[in-house]
Design a binder for this molecule. Structure first.
Ligand SMILES: *Cc1c(COP(=O)(O)O)cnc(C)c1O
Length: 390
């Protein structure tokens, strides 16, 4: 039963020789901090997304990107921000740290993205923003969400942590809302170790975000250590320490160049999984829509104990016994004690998110995986389901 194969790590990054050489040259250059490579990464990422260079700001995480975006937007203290309960805790923590109040709208259980109808139902006189998460790389229904935002005069901040390559009706994720926030964490589709990017429709929002991301020091501070000689900086507000380093951008520049080939490879793995797992009593990801581009970030299956003969958690243990790492994205936010205590939330209030969170498992989906790795995962899924019936 136990495999002699090496452990297949969930979310293994694919790092090429170009990344390694660029990091080496940053280290040798002596300029590790924010500098020319960060500027180039911002420029390249903006070009990839089809926006102006002044509409992009690199930061050190998506969490920072979300936080700074909401601070830069100058929402009223305590204003309500509508988001999904099926997300990483950082989405909700960023709302709280921006002095705002998270309010949930449940997901559509098929797409696992926030349900626009539930957004409308959650709007109050205190609502000032919507924060959709393009879940697993599938776009939210941005036409409907933007129409709701316009009707109620709400700001939109897109959590694009899963959605670097995502498009909805030909438009790229992160360019619909006032802000789009991206992650380059080690398991994401582009990796810089830790890292993030803010896109904003309004260049003024980006220049404020940049000030906030570097202690609140006036714009010129970004060039303070350049060869133009020493210049005094001015602190214009109480900012944060969220800037990206050249050491990180050195990786990101080359990761971005592989983004399409990596996407194609994950697409192949996705298709193979969908084909091979189709006959099993598990829930597979919703069929893709022809007018959408899925980023293929997470391949999430659903393990319902009644139909699968195993609970989600014992399925994960059995996969682990077979040396296959999996992930859970995510237990719904109200499952966690902090949010229950602080807001009085119960998971049952958002049943689709609760049920999805209690049954979901993410299979490995990395461009680094060989065909043999993919077959190992498929075999392990089959074996982990049928174990009880033996
Ligand atoms: C990973 C993730 C984040 C946080 O990204 P970091 O770069 O690690 O801060 C936020 N939201 C979602 C949906 C994520 O998956």
């Amino acid at each position: 039963m136990v495999s002699s194969d090496p452990y297949l790590i969930f979310g293994a990054p694919s790092i090429g020789e170009e990344e390694i050489a660029e990091v080496d040259s940053v280290l040798r250059s002596g300029w590790l901090g924010t500098g020319p490579r960060v500027a180039q990464f911002e420029h390249d990422f903006a070009a990839y997304k089809g926006v102006a260079p002044l509409q992009a700001a690199a930061v050190n995480s998506c969490t920072a990107a979300l936080h700074v975006s909401m601070v830069a937007a100058r929402l009223d203290p305590g204003a309500e921000v509508i988001t999904t309960p099926l997300t990483f805790c950082a989405t909700v923590n960023a709302i709280i740290h921006a002095g705002l109040k998270p309010v949930f709208a449940d997901i559509d259980p098929v797409t696992q993205c926030i349900d626009p109808q539930a957004i409308e139902a959650a709007i109050t006189s205190r609502t000032q923003a919507i924060l959709p998460v393009h879940f697993a790389g599938r776009p939210c229904e941005m036409d409907r969400i933007m129409a709701i935002a316009e009707k109620h005069n709400l700001l939109v901040i897109e959590d694009c942590a899963h959605a670097i390559e995502t498009e909805f009706k030909g438009q790229k994720a992160g360019t619909f809302g006032d802000f789009g926030c991206f992650s380059f964490y080690v398991t994401k589709n582009i990796v810089t170790g830790e890292g993030g990017m803010i896109l904003a429709r309004d260049e003024k929002h980006i220049s404020r975000a940049k000030v906030l991301a570097l202690h609140g020091m006036s714009k010129d501070a970004w060039h303070r250590f350049s060869d133009k000689g020493y210049r005094h900086y001015q602190v214009v507000e109480a900012g944060f320490k969220y800037n990206m380093m050249d050491l990180q951008a050195a990786i990101g520049i080359h990761q971005l160049r592989s983004v399409d080939s990596n996407w194609l490879r994950r697409g192949e793995i996705w298709a193979r999984y969908s084909d091979a797992l189709a006959g099993l009593p598990i829930r597979l990801p919703a069929a893709e829509s022809p007018d959408q581009r899925h980023a293929y970030h997470l391949y999430t299956i659903g393990i319902d104990e009644d139909s699968c003969g195993t609970s989600r958690d014992s399925f994960i243990d059995r996969m682990n016994d077979r040396m296959i790492g999996t992930g859970v994205h995510y237990l719904s936010i109200p499952e966690h004690p902090f949010y229950q205590l602080r807001f009085g939330w119960k998971p049952e209030q958002w049943p689709a998110s609760m049920t999805t969170g209690r049954t979901t498992v993410s299979l490995p989906l990395s461009p680094k995986m060989s065909d043999r790795d993919v077959e190992r995962v498929i075999d392990a899924v089959e074996a982990s389901l049928t174990l009880r019936q033996r």
